[in-house]
Design a protein around this ligand. Structure first.
Ligand SMILES: Nc1ncnc2c1ncn2[C@@H]1O[C@H](COP(=O)(O)OP(=O)(O)OP(=O)(O)O)[C@@H](O)[C@H]1O
Length: 121
């Protein structure tokens, strides 16, 4: 149990580092908060919440992995190198793909009820 609490603490410090240092991570967290508020207002059902939670989790997760990749590349290769560029660009690409998928998920799940809420007299 002690080992689990220690590991969880280290993991949380990694999340805190990413939130404190990455502008995109801060943006993702604000967007996730707004989506959460919208979900409450729109009274999403359990399946819709599950899809939104998966989408948000995927974006936060890829951003964390992107942060880790940046740190490792900077440590291993502080000078310019084509492989370092590919590694960082691929990690950034993973964030972009997950963010696009999350926006599509959000539009599919929340778009119709939001439209209904905005247009019903
Ligand atoms: N060592 C390197 N060798 C080659 N290209 C690099 C290197 N470091 C960064 N790059 C290029 O610069 C881009 C931005 O890298 P950087 O580490 O500044 O990412 P960032 O997302 O701007 O980071 P941060 O969010 O910490 O500002 C990378 O996607 C890559 O194309």
């Amino acid at each position: 149990m002690k080992a689990f609490i220690r590991s969880a603490g280290l993991a949380i410090s990694g999340i805190r580092h990413s939130v404190a240092t990455q502008r995109h991570m801060q943006f993702h967290c604000i967007a996730a908060f707004l989506v959460f508020i919208a979900g409450i207002i729109l009274s999403l059902d359990a399946l819709e919440w599950a899809m939104i939670t998966m989408a948000v989790g995927m974006v936060i997760t890829t951003e964390m992995i992107n942060t880790a990749m940046e740190r490792v590349v900077d440590l291993a290769c502080p000078e310019w190198h084509p492989l370092a560029k590919i590694a960082k660009d691929c990690a950034a690409g993973a964030v972009l793909v997950s963010a696009i998928a999350a926006v599509i998920t959000g539009l599919l799940v929340m778009g119709p009820p939001l439209w209904h809420l905005l247009t019903r007299g």
